[in-house]
Ligand binder design. Structure first.
Ligand code: GLU
Length: 450
């Protein structure tokens, strides 16, 4: 049945849907045994309904730049599934954004949100707008124009967007301001807001910290290992990467790499986080060449000099690797080099950063592989904590949020490890995550009827 659904989907999809098909194919292959063991899933058309978004909203965003020239971008919101709760998922502002990319991200979000055990459905949105090189004023004008369209589709109990690549608390602040002006509602319609107007403490750190809490639990349970004194490679230099590095260093690990879309830094003495934050923190988007200029003993490799199909960020000996940049950034060639260099765990901080053939290879070689929908769920979990605080007009302190996040990440690990075991796929955390997430969503879909 699963093969038939996949074939139909491939037939009806176009080229921009590649990443969406990749995400669906991985999930459906994990689900084959469970879907075939329970006739209710077929009777209720669960899999077909699950791979079809509830709605795809597309709109025009027109705005004036600092020279008063008219600019036009595409805006999107994909509301994929709200069986477990209001649609929930980030907004991505990046030139690579298409409906295909957002369909993949929204689809993954359903499963990620289900794994948190919290009442949130799956969605994603964004624009092909490129914030790089834009003034704060231009970013504000774009955000306001974007919200002028988006506001009619969202609401604190309908759909709650948040940040993703290119959207941090500054952009969320501008979006919230415009939503409030139009709707006259001061409610939790967006998460990741600045603390001054309803944001949760620790939301900016949550995804990265959560990744490390997950890794810690997995390493402890599977290998009786800790991160202390271990060498780690991290890719990316955005919000997720910065906070992953921060927490890894807190637990005594030595992080030797980071990267952006133009190049890679290798610092054999360990990444200087304060310097990196001064270049990349708060969506600053400056070049990593500045890091090299300040730390002459580090090595900067320009993207044009990367070997075919491989990324230098994964070419150094390390204990664990944390891909925190973007989709399909860790290839089979990278996996080969990590294995050769003694890496024992890959923990995804980004969404689907590892290609399917790389995952297969890592798993065949017995490397612990944590899929992003489990290991990076800390961000959306703290978004839900923010929704809770907004709804009850409360403010939780830092320790409370941190404790709840740590506990939730450990629970996700336990849930997927147990599920994998139960279905005879011990240590296959991809299957464990997909099956555990599916069961919760499918049950809700059956109970609510068609
Ligand atoms: N964009 C983040 C993710 O990929 C966060 C989503 C949210 O907080 O709603 O999970």
């Amino acid at each position: 049945m699963v093969e038939k659904i996949l074939a139909n989907l491939e037939k009806s999809s176009c080229a921009v849907d590649n990443t969406f098909l990749q995400a669906v194919s991985e999930v459906l292959h994990s689900l084959t045994p469970i879907v075939e063991s329970d006739p209710r899933y077929e009777m209720n058309g669960i899999v077909e309904r699950l791979v079809t978004p509830d709605r795809i909203i597309q709109f025009k965003v027109q705005w004036l730049d600092d020279q008063n020239r008219v600019n036009i971008n595409n805006g999107y919101r994909i509301q994929f599934n709200n069986s477990l709760g209001p649609y929930k998922g980030g907004l991505r502002f990046h030139p690579s954004v298409t409906t295909g990319v957002l369909k993949f991200l929204a689809f993954e979000q359903i499963f990620k949100n289900s794994l948190t055990g919290l009442p949130i459905g799956g969605a994603k949105g964004g624009s092909d707008f490129d914030p790089k090189g834009k003034s704060d004023f231009e970013i504000m004008k774009f955000c306001r124009a974007f919200m002028r369209e988006l506001h009619q589709y969202i609401g604190a109990r309908t759909d709650v967007p948040a940040g993703d690549i290119g959207v941090g608390s500054k952009e969320i602040g501008f979006l919230f301001g415009e939503y409030k002006r139009i709707s006259r509602n001061y409610d939790g319609v967006l998460s990741g807001k600045p603390y001054a107007f309803g944001g949760s403490l620790m939301r900016p750190q949550a995804t990265g910290y959560g990744v490390v809490y997950f890794a810690q639990e997995m390493l402890k349970e599977e290998l009786q290992e800790t991160l202390d004194s271990q060498v780690c490679c991290v890719s990316g230099a955005g919000n997720v990467a910065l906070h992953t590095i921060e927490k890894l260093q807190f637990f005594g690990a030595k992080v030797i790499t980071c990267s952006d879309s133009e190049g890679t830094i290798y610092d054999p003495d360990g990444i200087k986080l304060e310097l990196l934050k001064s270049i990349k923190g708060d969506e600053k988007r400056q070049s990593l060449k500045l890091y090299k200029a300040k730390v002459p003993t580090s090595v900067y490799t320009q993207k044009d000099d990367y070997p075919e199909g491989a990324h230098p960020v994964w070419s150094y000996p390390c204990f664990a690797a944390f891909p925190c940049a973007t989709q399909n950034e860790l290839t089979k060639a990278d996996a080969q080099s990590l294995i050769r260099n003694g890496c024992i765990a890959v923990v995804e901080g980004a969404n689907m950063p590892t290609t399917p053939d790389a995952i297969d290879l890592l798993q065949e070689e017995g490397i612990l592989f944590a899929p992003g929908k489990a290991s990076n769920a800390g961000g959306v979990a703290v978004s839900e904590f923010e929704m809770s605080q907004n709804a009850s007009m409360e403010k939780w302190d830092y320790d409370k949020v941190d404790r709840k996040l740590d506990e939730l990440m450990r629970q996700i690990y336990k849930r997927i490890a147990l599920t994998a075991k139960e279905y005879g796929r011990e240590r296959n955390f991809v299957d464990g995550a997909n099956i555990a997430a599916f069961k919760r969503v499918a049950e809700a879909m059956i109970l609510e009827g068609v």
